[in-house]
Design a protein. Sequence first.
Length: 86
Amino acid sequence: MDVKTIIGFSAGILTAISSIPQIVKIFKEKKAQAVSPLMFFVLLAGNLLWCWYGIVLNELPITLTNAFSAVCDILMIVLNYRYSKK
């Protein structure tokens, strides 16, 4: 694996895992009132565009890490809908 790929995966992984602490907190507390769903819709759109860009460029680090981020964004949107009603 070359340096460019290692940097790409490292940057993408760090970005992708950034929402995991918030996801864990919502699961534990069963509360999501302070989370903005609009922010996660915007992030989802951005991450999906990054995935598309990675596919167009045939860059696996861009595609995979942003696909994971998109899944996290979808999870946050679902959790926000589920737990903000309480």
